[in-house]
Design a protein around this ligand. Structure first.
Ligand code: ATP
Ligand code: MG
Length: 261
C-alpha cells in the first residue's frame, strides 16, 4: 500500500515544490516507487520534473473531474529516466484553477483525489502531493487522501505564526474527513547556519514540536534553485551538491519513518 504525503504550507515561496520534486527524486534514487502529483495550477512541480505543462493533454484536472483515471493521465519524464531517478508525474497547468469552481457542484468533492488514487495504490510505495499556497478545495483534496503532511518551513521570525492556521486546518480535516491525517514532520529548508536568527528559530521549533521536526535540514543551496530551469530536480541536476545530498538523506529518513507509522 502506498503512503501518501502532502507537502503543504499555505505560505507562498517556502520551498514546497522544491521539497516535493527533490524528495520524489531522492526516494526514486533509494529504490522507492513514487508518484508525484502536482496540485498547484502554477504547474511548477510538473515543469520541474521535465514535463511541459503546456503540452499535457491530461492532467490532475481531468482526474478530479473524473474525465480521466490516474493511469491515463500520469506521465513519465525522459530527463528523470536519463538521470536515473525516475518517478511518475500527474501534472497540472492553469486549467486546474477552474477545477475549484467546477467541483462546487459535485458530490463528495473533497474526496475526489482519494477515490482516484485507490486504483493505483498497489503500484507505488510513496505518493507525494505538491499543494498550492492556500488552504483551498485543492489542498483539501490532498489532505483528505493523505496519511501525513510534510511542512517545509524557513526558520524565520513569522514562520511559527503561519503554522497555527495550517495546524488548525489539519485538526479539522482529521476530525471531520480523514482520521489518518497527521503532521508527519516539519522540514527546515533554505537553512543558513551562519544566521543566528535561523538557529534560534530552529531551536524553538525543536523545543515546541520535538520529534515532529525532521532530523534532516535542507541548506540554502543555489544548485537547488538553478535546477528547475533545466527541468529536473536538484537531485538529478547536481547530485554532488549539498542540497541534493540533503534531499537524499531526507528521502532515507522518510523511508525509515514510514516503517514505524
Ligand atoms: P509556491 O508557494 O509559489 O508554490 P513553493 O513553496 O513551492 O512556492 P519553491 O517554488 O519550492 O516554493 O521555492 C521558492 C524559491 O526558492 C524558488 O525559486 C526555489 O528555487 C528557491 N529555493 C527553494 N529551496 C531552496 C534551497 N534550499 N536553496 C536555495 N533556493 C531554494
Ligand atoms: Mg510551489
Amino acid at each position: 500500500m502506498a503512503k501518501i504525503f502532502c507537502v503543504a504550507n499555505q505560505k507562498g515561496g517556502v520551498g514546497k515544490t522544491t521539497t516535493t520534486v527533490n524528495l520524489a527524486a531522492g526516494l526514486a534514487k533509494v529504490g522507492q516507487r513514487v508518484l508525484m502529483i502536482d496540485l498547484d495550477p502554477q504547474g511548477n512541480a510538473t515543469m520541474g520534473s521535465g514535463v511541459d505543462k503546456r503540452k499535457l493533454e491530461l492532467t490532475i484536472y481531468d482526474v478530479l473531474l473524473e474525465s480521466a483515471s490516474v493511469a491515463e493521465a500520469r506521465a513519465k519524464s525522459d530527463k528523470l529516466i536519463e538521470g536515473g531517478c525516475s518517478y511518475d508525474i500527474l501534472g497540472a497547468n492553469r486549467e486546474l484553477a477552474g477545477a475549484e469552481v467546477e467541483m462546487v457542484e459535485l458530490e463528495r468533492r473533497e474526496k475526489r483525489l482519494k477515490l482516484a488514487l485507490a486504483a493505483v495504490d498497489a503500484e507505488y510505495d510513496f505518493v507525494l502531493i505538491d499543494c498550492p499556497p492556500s488552504l483551498s478545495m485543492l489542498t483539501l483534496n490532498g489532505l483528505c487522501c493523505a496519511h501525513g503532511v510534510i511542512v517545509p518551513m524557513q526558520c524565520e521570525y513569522f514562520a511559527l505564526e503561519g503554522l497555527t492556521d495550517l495546524v488548525n486546518t489539519i485538526k479539522q480535516v482529521k476530525a471531520n474527513l480523514n482520521d489518518d491525517l497527521q503532521i508527519i514532520g516539519l522540514l527546515r529548508v533554505m537553512f543558513d547556519p551562519r544566521i543566528t536568527l535561523q538557529q534560534q528559530v530552529s531551536e524553538q521549533l525543536k523545543a515546541h514540536f520535538g520529534d515532529k521536526v525532521f532530523n534532516t535540514v535542507i541548506p540554502r543551496n543555489v544548485r537547488l534553485a538553478e535546477a528547475p530551469s533545466y527541468g529536473v530536480p536538484g537531485v538529478v541536476f547536481d547530485p554532488q551538491s549539498k542540497g541534493a545530498q540533503a534531499f537524499v538523506t531526507f528521502a532515507q529518513e522518510m523511508v525509515d519513518r514510514i516503517k514505524v507509522m
